[in-house]
Design a protein around this ligand. Structure first.
Ligand code: KG4
Ligand code: ZN
Length: 338
C-alpha cells in the first residue's frame, strides 16, 4: 500500500494547529492554544489572526520534526477553508497555498465541520470507526450540529443551533457564576460533586432537530440575580449544585434531540465530536444509551475532539484518494455549509 504523507493546517478559530499523517495514521498533531483570549473572556478575532501569524511557522516546523518527515516527502497540503473567523482562516489558507506552490504538490481544501465528523476515521489505538450511515453530533464552543452521514462526502445537516453553541452555553453560564473562561471544564468538574436536580432551568421549545441555548443563559442570569439578592453568598455556597443543574439541563437538551434524530432516521449509531465531547456527563449519557437504548456510540480521543489539524489531515487523505484537489484561486470562506 502506497504511503501518502499529508501536512494539514487548521486555523479557523483560536488554535493554530499542524499535523502530519501517513495515510490514516497521525504522525504528529501540534496545537498552539492562544492564551491571550483568556483575559477577555472570549475569542478576540483580531488578536487571533495576529497570533496565528506568529504561531504558524513554528507549529508547522514542529509538526514536521515530530513526524520525522522532510517537507520534500509530503504528498499534499490540506487546510481548513472554513467555516470560521475570516482573519484566522486567511492565515492558514495563505500559508498552505504558498507551501503547495513552493513544493509543487497538490492543495486540498477542507470543511472544518466535515473534519470534526471524519475525525472518527483516524486510525489510532482505542478508536473504532463508525460504519455508514451514522449520526454525527458536533458540539463545541463554535458549533452545535446533528448530521446524517451517508458516506465520507455525503452528509446532510439535520439540525443546528439557532443562536449560541452548546460550548458557549457552558462558558456563558460559567461566567455568570464567576468561573473563568473557558468555563465548560470547570462546570463539568463542579457538577460531578453536585445534585443535578437541585435547581430547575427551563428547556427551550424548539421544533425538530434545531437547538437554542440563549434562553438558558438568560434564565440562569435571572436566577442568580434573584437568589443573590436574598443571600449574597448564594453562588459560592451552592456552586456544585448550580453547576450540576446547569449541566443536567444542557445534557437533557442534547439527549432529547439525539433521541429524536435516532427516531426520525432509524439510525442507531451516534458519533460525537467537538470540545464539549470531553464532558464527563455526555460521555456517561452515551454509555448509558448503549445499554438502555441499544445504540452504538463513538467518541474520538480528546485530542481529535477539540480543534486540531489531524482531523483536517484525515479529510485530506480521503480527498487525496479521490483526487479532490483545489487550485491557487481558492479563498477562505467564513460561512461554509457542509
Ligand atoms: O472544540 P473546541 O476546543 O473549540 C471550538 O471549536 O469551539 O471546544 C471548546 C469548547 C469550550 O466552550 C469549552 O468550554 C468546552 O468546549 N468544553 C467543555 C468541556 N471541555 C471543553 N464543556 C463542558 N465540559 C467539558 N468537560
Ligand atoms: Zn471546531
Amino acid at each position: 500500500i502506497k504511503k501518502i504523507y499529508i501536512l494539514a493546517i487548521e486555523s479557523s478559530c483560536d488554535d493554530t494547529s499542524a499535523a502530519v499523517l501517513c495515510n490514516t495514521k497521525v504522525l504528529s498533531n501540534v496545537v498552539a492554544t492562544q492564551e491571550i483570549h483568556k483575559k477577555y473572556g472570549g475569542v478576540v478575532p483580531e488578536l487571533a489572526s495576529r497570533a496565528h501569524q506568529q504561531n504558524i511557522v513554528p507549529v508547522v516546523h514542529q509538526a514536521l520534526a515530530e513526524a520525522n518527515i522532510d517537507k520534500k516527502q509530503l504528498s499534499a497540503i490540506a487546510f481548513t477553508r472554513g467555516p470560521g473567523l475570516m482573519g484566522s482562516l486567511l492565515v492558514g489558507a495563505s500559508f498552505a497555498k504558498s507551501l503547495s506552490l513552493g513544493l509543487s504538490i497538490p492543495l486540498i481544501e477542507v470543511n472544518h465541520m466535515e473534519a470534526h465528523i471524519l475525525a472518527h476515521f483516524i486510525d489510532d489505538e482505542g478508536m473504532t470507526a463508525p460504519t455508514f450511515p451514522f449520526l454525527g453530533m458536533t458540539i463545541s464552543g463554535g458549533h452545535t450540529q446533528i448530521v446524517r452521514v451517508n458516506n465520507y462526502f455525503d452528509m446532510k445537516v439535520l439540525g443546528e443551533t439557532l443562536d449560541d453553541a452548546v460550548g458557549e452555553a457552558f462558558d456563558k453560564s460559567a461566567k455568570l457564576i464567576g468561573l473563568p473562561y473557558p468555563g465548560g471544564p470547570l462546570v463539568d468538574k463542579n457538577a460531578q460533586l453536585g445534585n443535578p436536580r437541585a435547581f430547575d432551568f427551563p428547556k427551550p421549545k424548539v421544533e425538530g432537530l434545531n437547538f437554542s441555548f440563549s434562553g438558558l443563559k438568560t434564565s440562569i442570569l435571572y436566577f442568580v440575580q434573584r437568589e443573590t439578592k436574598k443571600n449574597p453568598d448564594f453562588v459560592a455556597e451552592n456552586i456544585t449544585d448550580i453547576c450540576a443543574s446547569v449541566q443536567f439541563t444542557i445534557l437533557e437538551i442534547l439527549m432529547d434531540k439525539l433521541k429524536l434524530a435516532v427516531k426520525q432516521t432509524g439510525i442507531e449509531q451516534v458519533a460525537i465530536g467537538g470540545g464539549v465531547a470531553a464532558n464527563s456527563g455526555i460521555r456517561a449519557r452515551l454509555k448509558d444509551a448503549e445499554e438502555t437504548l441499544g445504540w452504538k456510540t463513538y467518541i474520538p480521543k480528546f485530542q481529535y475532539c477539540t480543534d486540531n489539524a489531524a482531523m483536517i489531515g484525515i479529510v485530506g487523505y480521503l480527498k487525496f484518494q479521490e483526487k479532490q484537489f483545489t487550485d491557487q484561486r481558492v479563498g477562505a470562506k467564513a460561512r461554509y455549509a457542509i
